[in-house]
Each structure stands twice: as C-alpha cells, then as structure tokens.
Ligand binder design. Structure first.
Ligand code: ATP
Ligand code: MG
Ligand code: MG
Length: 551
C-alpha cells in the first residue's frame, strides 16, 4: 500500500496543492555517499518517495557529494541498489550536487558582488573565538569589510588553488550578533586540495552543506525539501540564500524527527567503525542496521516499508522500540514465507520397523493457509534426524515432544513411538530407536493413543547438511550510544553463532539466494545472498518465531 499514514507533512502538502501554491509535488532523497544506507535512511526514503508517490509527484535521488573526503563510488552504487531494492524509483537520472559546482561558484561570486559575502583569513581557532557563544554575540571579522574587487580576486585565486587548506574561507555577510549561530557569517567555501570522485581535480574549493543544499533544491525544482530536525535552526540560512540569490525556484524546508530504533545505532561514522574494526564482516553483515545488512538478514522491503509507515512521521526525536521492526518482519514472513524443515541439532532416530530400502514421498503443504504456495515432496526413510532438544528419556506432561515409551508426530508424516536409546561411552544419547504407528499419515492412531506433540524431522539419507548462521541483536544495550555510553562496550557477544552440521530437507537445495522460509518451530531463515548454493547450502536466521527479548 502506498498511502502514508496521515502525518503533518501530508497535511502541508495537501494544503499546498489545494491552495495552488504548488501544482506538483517534487521531493528528493539526498544522501551523502560516505557510507551505506541504514534504517534511518530507509525512513527518510519512505517519507520522501512515499509522499511523492501518494500525491502524484516525483522524487529525485541526489548525491549530496560536496565533501570528497569520505565519499566514494562504492557508496554511490550501494545507495542506488538499496533505494531500488526498497521498491522506489527516482525521477529521471541520478543527480549529483557536484554537477552544480560551477553554478554554486557563480552564485558565490554574485553574493560577493552584492556585498553579501567576503573572503576571510581568520584561522579556524580565531574564527571560533570571533563567533561568540549562545550567550555572547560574535564579533565582526577584521576582513568583513574587504572591498568587493579584493574579494573577487581572492575568491578566484582560492578557486585556482593558490592558497593552502585552511588559509582562507568564503563567508556570507549576515549578522555576527544573530541569536542563531548559523547566521553568524557562515562559511560558504573551504579550500580542499583533494580529488573528487566525480569532478576529479577540477576544484580546489568545495561548498559547505548550507551553501549547497537549498540551491540544489532550487535547481531541481524541489517543492518540499524534507530533512531531519537537527537542520531546523539551519532553515533561516536555507531561506537567506534562496532570498538573496537569483535561483530558478523556491523550495521550502520541513523537518521531521530522526528514527532511532532501540538496540541500534544509526550513525554512519559508528557503523563504519564496526566495519573497520572487524566487529562485523562488512557493511552488509546481517547484524548491521544497514539496508544491505537487513537485506542479507532476510528482512523484506515490504516489511521495512510497513514499519516506516507504522511508526508515523512526527516532529519528535524519540526512540522507537526495535521490536516494532521485528514485528513487521515476522508478520510479513508469517504471511508469505514457505514452510520447510531443518534440524539444527541432529539426533538420529532409527525406525526399526521401517524397511531399509524403502522411501515414501509424502506431500506437504508449503504454507498452512496459502494454497497458492503449493506443496512439496518429503522423502520419508528408515533413518531420520530430529532435534536433540526434542527427545528426552523421561519428562513431565508439559514436554510435548518425544519421550521414551511415548508418541510424537513427525510433521507431515507418521506418528512414532520411542523404544530405546543408544549411548556412547560418555553416556550421551547418540541414537534413538523407535517405530512408526501404521496408518497415521494425516490420521490419529487407531488405538486412540494420541501423540504428545508435533516435531520437525529430516530424512538422514535424503536430507542434506547445511550451514546455518544464527544471528541475534548486535547490541545488548537498549541505547548503545546514548549519552556517555560507549557502543563498542555493548556488543552482544552472542550475536552470531554458526551451526555447520544442520540437516535440511532436500527441497531446500532448490532455494535461491535471498529466498526466505519459515523453518518449522525454529524461526525465519533466508538463503544467504552470497554464500548459499545447492552444493553448500547456507541459511541466515532472520528472526525467531516470537519475541524472546521481552519475555
Ligand atoms: P549519518 O548521521 O548517519 O551520517 P546523515 O544524516 O549525515 O546520517 P545523509 O546521507 O546526509 O546522512 O542522509 C540523507 C538523508 O537521510 C537526510 O535527509 C537525513 O536527514 C536522512 N536521515 C539520516 N539518518 C536518519 C534517521 N535516523 N532518521 C530519519 N532520517 C534520516
Ligand atoms: Mg548529512
Ligand atoms: Mg553524516
């Protein structure tokens, strides 16, 4: 569904369309290509693309690539892939802020000519001191009243690369006494002797976010420029540039609260640290809150979009319970994931009454309610594996699995009864001997002695070994990076456990990478996007069947 929950942004847009202030909604998603997209970006993508879609408008994908230092082509590609994977299509070609550099420069010259910008020679420390504080007004830079001609000359020489980094900046000439620190003669250009991934060595100066963003919006005809709350007090500056430059259109900035899920960090810098320090295997490690990590974990685009819709769009920066995201994933997979059987801790059961050379093919539905998902064939043989947790020599009535002398149903197959155990020298159970109860496929035993429960199983001879990666939350702290918390100290040591001798039913050999399943009684799993093959099946645990964190 593409109707975003009614929110304050939708109200603004509806009013603007109704009053004729705008005739078409144009939004943009403007990531800086300095990392992979995360769940917070997914929210921003849903807001921007969702509002455009719901109002018959357009949404641009624009790389806000004004600072070459941490940006790269790898990030540019992953971002496009992630936006597409989430199910959105941007209008026309991908945009790059860097393709407007010449225009920005001409506008900077324009401001200088108007006496509204000047080249300042204060170093960073001096500039900080002149800037004042929230309580104290700033002081005018001694370079503030430089003649226009001198400013034009110095700016041209900055551009030509004549000065070193940090030697000079271009600043707007606004108000050093403004209560809004952003208005105290903010920097428009910095000298940066660094090649840019798009423009190469063409530029020795780069515009700041503030000098670029509104102008990018104006060039692209953006009507509603939606960003997060930390930019609220940049809005007067956003407007100042648009008011003082001959821009081709007049966008407006609106802010909403950042998404901060519990047990999660959403700062690219910190996510990069997890990658750089090898806490995780990469940006797309299934434990990462990145879009590509969630993808590899088996989260679906529909569930992520549903979650973003469910939490609404507000003007507060509260923490959202990550269990809501997990709920959305579970709900989607429960409705759509085919069922299959896997045994994570195999214990062999020998059905002593069942002929050694016999294999029955038993039909099993792929989903309890979705007939459209069809059925599969399960080979049933004399030796099967069940999970070691599903057998006990003795147990009380609450234990609804296999017990010596008692019965259990093998899912989609026979009721069996356990007769004996075989133990090794250490006294561990290595094998269970049991027998089948005749005519119990889809029927209760004729003697009226019912099985205690239903468990999953896999044929020992027809099944296949698989690697299963059990993932859990990466952090064991609700707010890993809040306040003074050191997120590195709150890594869940059990966030990954690898089971390399699981046993899976043969139909799973046909699973395609990224295909999701419910392994009955175990949880939701996905065939690994990169490592899975029919020769070497690898499944990642997406999420358990129910929330065990809040039990
Ligand atoms: P980070 O702090 O992780 O570097 P950022 O805001 O600097 O994030 P950008 O690439 O500039 O990252 O973000 C692109 C867009 O996504 C921006 O409009 C930004 O406001 C939005 N965004 C980033 N993080 C969140 C979040 N947690 N919740 C909602 N929107 C977000
Ligand atoms: Mg940013
Ligand atoms: Mg950032």
């Amino acid at each position: 569904e593409n109707t975003p929950a009614s929110n304050f942004l939708q109200t603004i847009i509806s009013d603007d369309l109704a009053s004729g202030k705008v005739t078409e909604i144009v939004t943009r998603f403007p990531p800086e290509p300095n990392g992979y997209l995360h769940i917070g970006h997914a929210k921003s993508i849903c807001v921007n693309f969702g509002l455009a879609e719901a109002n018959g408008g357009r949404c641009n994908l624009r790389f806000d690539d004004t600072n070459p230092e941490k940006e790269s082509q790898e990030f540019i590609e992953s971002i496009q892939q992630d936006v597409r994977w989430l199910g959105f299509t941007w209008d026309g070609e991908v945009r790059f802020a860097s393709s407007y550099f010449q225009q920005f420069y001409e506008w900077a010259v324009y401001l200088v000519e108007q006496g509204k910008a000047y080249v300042c020679d204060l170093n960073a420390e001096q500039a900080r001191e002149y800037r004042g504080t929230l309580k104290e007004p700033g002081r005018n830079s001694p370079y503030r009243d430089r003649p226009v001609a001198e400013n034009l000359d110095l700016l041209a020489r900055m551009k030509a690369g004549e000065f070193g980094e940090g030697e000079r900046v271009l600043r707007a000439r606004i108000d050093m006494a403004s209560p809004n620190m952003n208005m105290r003669d903010p920097i428009l250009y910095r000298i940066r002797k660094m090649p840019h991934h798009q423009t190469g060595t063409e530029w020795a100066i780069y515009p700041t976010y503030d000098f670029a963003h509104g102008q990018e919006d104006a060039i692209e005809g953006i009507t509603h420029s939606i960003c997060t709350l930390e930019f609220e007090d940049h809005r007067p500056l956003y407007d100042w540039f648009l008011d003082n430059l001959p821009v081709p259109s007049r966008p407006r900035q609106y802010e909403f609260g950042r998404l901060n899920p519990s047990y999660t960090i959403t700062s690219k810098r910190k996510l990069k640290q997890l990658v750089d320090e090898a806490v995780v295997a990469g940006w797309d490690d299934p434990r990462m809150p990145t879009v590509s990590g969630m993808r590899r974990r088996g989260y679906t685009p529909a569930a992520i979009r549903k979650f973003c819709d469910m939490i609404g769009t507000t003007r507060s920066d509260g923490v959202v319970d990550v269990a809501m995201l997990e709920f959305a994933i579970r709900e989607d997979l429960n409705a759509n994931a085919p069922r299959a059987m896997a045994v994570l801790k195999p214990l062999k059961v020998v059905l002593t009454d069942y002929p050694e050379d016999k294999t029955e093919m038993l039909a099993a539905p792929n989903h309890p309610t979705r007939e459209d998902l069809g059925q599969r064939q399960l080979p049933f043989t004399r030796e099967v594996y069940i999970d070691a947790e599903d057998f006990r020599e003795e147990a009380n009535k609450k234990y609804k699995r296999l017990v010596l002398g008692k019965r259990v149903r093998l899912r989609n197959a026979y009721v069996i009864e356990a007769d004996a155990v075989v133990k090794n020298d250490a006294g561990e159970i290595v094998e269970v001997h049991a027998h089948t109860i005749p005519n119990t496929i889809g029927e209760n035993p004729e003697d009226g002695v019912k099985p205690k429960g239903v468990i999953q199983w896999v044929s020992a001879s027809a099944g296949k070994r698989a690697e299963i990666r059990l993932y859990d939350r990466l952090f064991n702290h609700e707010a890993p990076d809040r306040g003074d918390n050191d997120f590195m100290a709150h890594i869940n040591p059990e966030s990954l456990q690898i089971v390399n001798n699981a046993w899976i039913e043969p139909s799973l050999l046909e699973a395609l990478p990224e295909q999701g399943f419910q392994f009955e009684r175990e949880g939701y799993f996905v065939a690994d996007r990169y490592d899975h093959s029919s020769e070497m099946p690898v499944f990642n645990k997406t999420i358990g069947l129910r929330d065990t964190w809040n039990d």
